[in-house]
Design a protein around this ligand. Structure first.
Ligand code: GLA
Length: 392
């Protein structure tokens, strides 16, 4: 829906009157996978797929949630925001509002209508986009009353806590940070230990290149996936290393340092996950350098190495992601491709020559469907701004 259609849909549902619009973005990740809870460097960007929220305040302390794409409706009192994680829809919004309220934001009654262009279960972080659309909307209302500026990093951290503490998904900070802090045309080299980022311009057009998001259409649900178990493997490896040397985060170790302490890791899984983490962190640094130096061939090669590590060491790809990445890498004009996000389905990303894009999509779809039976969807990866009020 465009903005006007969303306003009309809101008024049709909740009655005529003023409507404010907010949105937040989905994220891609260039490289740096599954290390945002190990103090690693990751390299995400916000993209022009969004979760939008149309909103009007109410004076009776009731929150109403509705969506343009499903029939679920939620009604909740502002003094009863806790404990709704098992709703079929609406848990991310209530989780975000609940955590914000605990942190001192004034959460008032409101009618909200959500409209999304981010695919769900697609590895583009639809949940973070919902949390930050909710967060920027509620923070705008709350901060207008108190006259305080919005702290976007604080909102990102609350979004992560909504996932961890409310929804039970032990994700890192990458998705919420990208959604809150994204800037048009810029990727973010995010230090997940300090929760600070350096923006890096991504101007692929000048080299005749583009990024293409490839949705395997094999849905994934990270709450029920091995995501938390993989994170637990990383934490166990960290605990094993701590028995022989002090260490705050796994990714504080360089590859050379890791090689001297890895014998302390007690399980094979711990060793595999930690090896992925340490070398993925290094790959992120190398990819950033390659991008800054304009070495796009080198950048593409790092993406391919990242996928292999996710497949063989972290074991979070699966047949569909492997098939779509293999199909992509077999095409002419492709510099690199890799799975992206949580894994076990969802999306991958490819870096390729722009002039080959149409032929690429056709050939990848054919090869991928022949192998898996799923029909993929492709999206352009236009790097865009993150959470904001839409002011027209
Ligand atoms: C999911 C999580 C993120 C991150 C990625 C993998 O998207 O929400 O915190 O761990 O997986 O890099």
């Amino acid at each position: 829906m465009n903005n006007e259609e969303l306003r009309s849909a809101f008024c049709a549902l909740y009655g005529p009157g003023p409507v404010r619009l907010f949105k937040s973005a989905a994220r891609i990740n260039l490289i740096g996978e599954h290390i945002d809870f190990s103090g690693g460097l990751v390299f995400p960007a916000a993209v022009a797929l969004r979760s939008a929220c149309a909103l009007r305040e109410r004076s009776d302390g009731l929150i109403h949630l509705a969506s343009t794409s499903c029939t679920h409706r939620v009604e909740c009192r502002v003094d009863d925001l806790d404990g709704h994680s098992d709703l079929p829809w609406g848990g991310y919004q209530l989780g975000m509002l609940c955590l914000m309220q605990r942190e001192g934001y004034t959460i008032t009654g409101m009618d909200m209508l959500f409209d999304e262009t981010v695919p769900h279960g697609g590895g583009l972080s639809a949940s973070a986009a919902i949390e930050l659309a909710t967060g920027i909307a509620a923070a705008t209302l709350s901060n207008e009353k108190s006259g305080t500026p919005i702290d976007r990093v604080a909102l990102a951290k609350l979004g992560q806590r909504a996932e961890n503490e409310y929804m039970g998904m032990n994700c890192g900070i990458m998705d919420q940070f990208a959604s809150a802090m994204g800037k048009k045309g810029q990727a973010m080299l995010l230090d997940t230990a300090a929760v600070t980022c350096e923006y890096a311009p991504v101007d692929l057009e000048k080299d005749g290149l583009c990024l293409c998001i490839m949705n395997t259409n094999k849905p994934h649900n990270l709450v029920n996936s091995p995501y938390n178990a993989r994170r637990a493997d990383c934490e166990a490896a960290l605990a094993d290393i701590r028995a022989i040397r002090p260490l705050e985060h796994l990714c504080d170790l360089s590859p050379a340092e890791f090689e001297t302490v890895k014998h302390a890791i007690k399980t094979e899984n711990g060793l595999k996950r930690a090896t992925h983490a340490i070398y993925e962190n290094q790959r992120t640094k190398d990819a950033y350098q390659a991008l800054c130096a304009g070495d796009m061939q080198g950048f593409g090669k790092i993406l391919v190495e990242g996928h292999a590590s996710m497949r063989d060491l972290y074991e979070a790809t699966g047949p569909e992601l492997d098939a779509i990445v293999d199909a992509a890498l077999a095409q002419e004009g492709v510099l690199g491709a890799r799975m992206m996000g949580g894994g076990y389905g969802g999306c991958a990303i490819a870096l390729l020559r722009e002039e080959k894009l149409e032929a690429f999509k056709e050939a990848v779809a054919k090869a991928y469907t022949a192998k898996t039976g799923f029909v993929p969807i492709f999206y352009p990866a236009h790097i865009d701004d993150g959470a904001m009020e839409i002011v027209e």
